[in-house]
Design a protein. Structure first.
Length: 400
């Protein structure tokens, strides 16, 4: 199995099923209590860590398993919050096995109270049962369906190819094409089954924004949006689906970026149209994003190479915390333009469903290229190749 598929497997298999056993526990109105019962031999590795907040950016909370039980309290800040849970046991076993720690699918909670969790220590969070929070039940049902679709995809590929193929194999390209086609078919089926059966679910709307574009065309997303209840369509996450669809429409290769105005670190407004006449690399990032920060040395190299050649970089942070953004800018010392996205431009004008995401825009404002993610082991990708061609004079561009 290639590295991307392994990573994808770990994410898909981090499925939490949800179940109640602690009762009559007092709690503050602004916190969630996670009550855990652990089965199996921990081998003395008894720590449990929970990350909460924006994409797990909150301070970690730790507790210890005692007599097969643990309890941990995390803040509830209104709306839908998420947490991820890790055990010391799985971390230590991963070290012995040479693999990474099992990814923890974010578990949602939408009110203060209790969530009860049965955790088989050898399986980790992916084998857990949870009760006490209906939103989490639906969320994990969806992820459980995703995991089954993933296993089905792997079985189909194994039947056809005998297993995973590595780069260099003569059938590798065909394998990759078939893997994508089979994944699209099977994962699209998850949306087709889940959403009509859960028209009023938070998960149904959220999944259309978070995952659907990886496996479906915009027309399919729009059709499934129509399967949501009127109340869910009018909810915050329902409206986000329409914004997301607009972003898909606006951000295709060859599309012209619509003007937008955001604030710079000094608090002054800057309109994107002020950059017309230059090639612009738009870099979406966040202070809590490790791959984003890993990409900065390479982006600095790009800036140094092309900054005097009608080229500009515009980094747009999707941080919710302005101070975190400003503090990270001080640390990183990035000598180009910066904005804070307080208007959801990353969704309405672009298709940013993960960071880092970069767009290369020509002097007329047309999108030439989009890249998502950053691989530090292979930083010189299509962006570098296109820039080299553009500034070697192989591609000429005049402003209108």
């Amino acid at each position: 199995m290639n590295t991307k598929m392994k990573k994808f497997s770990r994410i898909l298999l981090a499925v939490v099923l949800v179940c109640p056993f602690f009762t009559n526990v007092s709690y503050a109105q602004d916190e969630l209590i996670i009550n855990g019962i652990v089965t199996g031999d921990t081998k003395g590795f008894n720590k449990v860590t929970v990350l909460y907040g924006e994409l797990g950016s909150g301070k970690p909370k730790e507790t210890t398993i005692v007599d097969g039980k643990f309890q941990i309290r995390i803040p509830y800040t209104g709306g839908v919050n998420f947490f991820s849970l890790y055990t010391e046991y799985e971390s230590e076993m991963a070290k012995l096995g040479g693999g990474g720690v099992q990814a923890s699918a974010g578990v949602p909670y939408d009110h203060a109270g209790e969530m009860n969790l049965e955790l088989p220590i050898a399986q980790g969070i992916s084998g857990a049962k949870i009760t006490g929070m209906p939103i989490a039940t639906e969320w994990q049902e969806f992820h459980g369906m995703f995991a089954k679709a993933h296993h089905k995809t792997q079985r189909e590929l194994k039947i056809k190819y005998g297993g995973s193929l590595e780069m260099g194999d003569e059938n590798y390209e065909a394998y990759q094409r078939d893997a994508r086609a089979i994944m699209n078919k099977n994962f699209k089926g998850v949306f087709e089954d889940f959403i009509p059966a859960h028209p009023d679910s938070y998960t149904s709307a959220n999944a259309l924004v978070s995952f659907a574009s990886n496996f479906m065309e915009p027309e399919d997303i729009k059709r499934l949006y129509g399967k949501l209840s009127k109340a869910r369509q009018e909810s915050e996450e329902g409206k986000a689906v329409l914004t997301f669809l607009q972003g898909i429409e606006n951000s295709g290769i060859g599309k012209t970026v619509q003007n937008f105005t955001l604030n710079t670190p000094s608090g002054t407004e800057l309109g994107f149209n002020k950059l017309k006449g230059k090639y612009v690399l738009i870099d979406f990032w966040a202070s809590w994003c490790a791959p984003c920060k890993a990409s900065f040395p390479h982006i600095k190299e790009i800036y140094s190479k092309y900054k005097d050649k009608n080229f500009e970089i515009l980094s747009i942070s999707i941080d919710k915390d302005k101070n975190a953004w400003l503090e990270e800018l001080k640390k990183q010392q990035l000598p180009w333009l910066h904005m804070l996205d307080t208007k959801g431009v990353n969704k309405s004008h672009f298709l940013v469903d993960g960071v880092p995401t970069t767009y290369l825009v020509d002097p007329n404002g047309k999108i030439l290229l989009k890249e998502k993610g950053f691989d530090p082991s292979n930083p010189n990708g299509p962006l570098d190749e296109l820039l080299a061609k553009l500034f070697a004079g192989k591609v000429m561009m005049k402003t209108n």
